[in-house]
Write a protein of this length. Structure first.
Length: 209
């Protein structure tokens, strides 16, 4: 099992490998066919160095993806814990999602993995699920709960049940991500991102009242 500090405080060479995986994905590489030699060459280190920290390419790739998830989660926490109303923070979060779809292929791939629309080898998926479980979705739920609690405090949200609030928020975020994914793939869209954001926000508030 990969040591947890390789995610929370990766050594310089490990961080270089993570950045290499993200860069390769950004350039269109398929994680299923990605090789350790490609990762280390992109990272500027020797192939043997990779095996000082990891036992397989699956560990390198899935830890790189998990590290990327953790960084994005930190950015979301900054938005939620910053200044602004519930509505303003929702706008920033949706703009954050839009920005990441536009600039990061890894974000698109992570969304596709989460929705089951990205084909992964059995070995890679098994390792991804293990690492994903290790980084815990609990912290993301806590961030989401803080945001929704602010909505309750402001009187925008009336629903008191925590699980209902999470379900409503999650379903609207999936809906917006699906819209952004389709737009990112070049599909013809009948609504703008601004209209989609407005619809998501209004649908969330309506479902929780």
């Amino acid at each position: 099992m990969v040591e947890k500090n390789l995610l929370t405080n990766p050594p310089e060479k490990v961080l270089a490998m993570y950045q290499a995986v993200i860069e390769l994905v950004r350039d269109g590489a398929d994680v299923n066919s990605m090789k350790v030699s490609e990762i280390t060459a992109c990272a500027g280190i020797g192939k043997g160095t990779a095996y000082e920290y990891f036992s397989s390419k699956e560990e390198i790739i899935t830890n790189a993806l998990a590290f990327d998830v953790m960084k994005k989660r930190e950015e979301l926490a900054t938005i939620v814990d910053g200044l602004g109303s519930f509505e303003e923070k929702m706008e920033r979060i949706l703009s954050f999602v839009e920005q990441k779809f536009c600039e990061s292929q890894t974000f698109c791939m992570l969304v596709r993995i989460g929705t089951g629309s990205y084909e992964m080898s059995e070995a890679l998926r098994t390792e991804y699920e293990r690492v994903h479980a290790d980084i815990s979705c609990g912290e993301l739920e806590e961030i989401m709960d803080r945001l929704l609690c602010q909505g309750v405090q402001e009187g925008v949200i009336k629903e008191e049940n925590l699980m209902f609030r999470r379900m409503a928020f999650g379903s609207q975020m999936v809906a917006y991500a699906s819209y952004m994914m389709a737009r990112n793939q070049g599909k013809s869209m009948e609504i703008t991102a601004a209209q989609a954001k407005k619809f998501v926000y209004e649908s969330l508030v309506k479902s929780l009242n």
